[in-house]
Design a protein around this ligand. Structure first.
Ligand code: DAH
Length: 367
């Protein structure tokens, strides 16, 4: 930049001349009019009225003019800058509006389009029923106990009074785990949790234990090799078969509403005496017979639901509990069967095929 100077410098005069300034303005206005985007306009503004623009540079030369000429030159540059800035502001508004309109078109959301709903999962009917069953007992102050699915032979059999030569061992179609002979198996029943609870918890004991059990069974409409049981165990002072009956009546009512219940003598090695609990058939209400057949109960009028009995003193002894002081009852119920009875689901295979429509249906858990 030149310092104050009283002499005319022809070059400086040229930069500040009306013609030069007019040229800068014309070039700026042309560029502004041609700007296609606000980003482009910003560059144009910097080039034509920014610090390094010809107008800014010309402005700096004013100080070098003789004082008499400064006012006029300053006014000329100021008007020129004002004119360019005004044009920039006007074009800025136009371009911003155009850009907004384009964005609104590009990002338009059609509110009338059908929404693609992401299907929600559903709890499996077995899971729902196990929760519901446990709730019945938790409401009475019982605890929920769990045990492993890969179990030791001693818990699954020996401690439950099913010694190595017991004939009932063979009835359970046990799935032994390699190496065979090492005493490891997939539990055939939830009853081993009785033993685990007796060995690990304090008396008195009121527990239910739901879970998977495994047997080398057929895979058909009424059998699955993996199914579910809910085991119950009470050990306290003065417990009798009458307590068992009362608890099962309450449980059956919670599951099925008003339903007739009967106990039939049966045999289980871990209970003595033992019984099987039948529910009166929901379909024929016990009124079927040769002339009026019922498929659900095979015209027997009753449906087998659960095994139970008074805990065998040998089981208590195996767990270090004195059978002269304590007594108890136990029961084991099939969860899958209970779902079938409650909902009329005709085929157990639907339970494991993973079709979400089954879980969501009236038959399934979300009733
Ligand atoms: N564990 C038996 C089974 O799988 C069911 C059962 C019967 C459980 C009688 C019990 C019981 O606790 O007392 O067939």
């Amino acid at each position: 930049m030149s310092g104050p100077n009283d002499n005319f410098d022809p070059k400086q005069v040229a930069a500040l001349s009306e013609q030069s300034i007019g040229g800068y303005v014309a070039a700026a206005l042309q560029a502004i009019a041609a700007a296609r985007t606000t980003a482009e306009l910003k560059q144009i503004r910097l080039a034509h009225v920014g610090d390094k623009s010809p107008l800014a540079l010309a402005n700096r030369e004013i100080g070098a003019l003789p004082p008499a000429a400064r006012k006029e030159a300053g006014g000329r540059v100021g008007r020129a800058r004002g004119q360019v800035n005004e044009a920039v502001a006007k074009r800025q508004q136009e371009l911003a509006q155009q850009e907004l309109a384009a964005t609104l078109v590009a990002e338009r959301v059609d509110m009338s389009l059908p929404v693609e709903l992401v299907p929600q999962g559903a709890l499996h009917p077995i899971t729902s029923l196990i929760d519901e069953m446990c709730d019945v007992f938790v409401a009475m102050g019982w605890e929920v106990a769990e045990g492993p699915e890969l179990e030791a032979e001693w818990y699954n059999f020996d401690a439950l009074n099913l010694g190595p030569d017991h004939p009932a061992r063979g009835e359970q179609d046990t799935l032994w785990v390699d190496p065979i002979g090492a005493g490891k198996l997939l539990r055939t029943q939830t009853s081993p949790v009785q033993i685990r609870a007796l060995l690990s918890r304090d008396l008195p004991l009121y527990v239910v234990s739901p879970g998977k059990v495994f047997r080398a069974d057929e895979y058909d409409a009424t059998h699955l090799p993996v199914f579910h049981q809910l085991e119950g165990l009470v050990v306290d002072k003065g417990i009798s078969m009458a307590d068992l009956r009362g608890v099962l009546a309450h449980f059956a009512k919670a599951m099925f509403g008003d339903v007739e219940l009967r106990m039939r003598p049966h045999y289980f090695p871990f209970t003595e005496p033992s019984a099987e609990v039948d529910l009166q058939c929901f379909i024929c209400h016990g009124e079927s017979g040769p002339d009026k057949p019922c498929r659900t109960c095979r015209s027997e009028g009753w449906i087998e639901w659960c095994g139970c009995g008074v805990v065998n003193p040998r089981v208590l002894k195996a767990c270090g509990v004195d059978p002269d002081v304590y007594s108890g009852f136990a029961f084991g119920v099939g969860v899958d069967r209970t779902v079938m009875f409650r909902t009329g689901a005709p085929d157990l295979r639907d339970f494991v095929e993973g079709d979400i429509r089954f879980s969501r249906s009236a038959v399934g858990g979300n009733r």
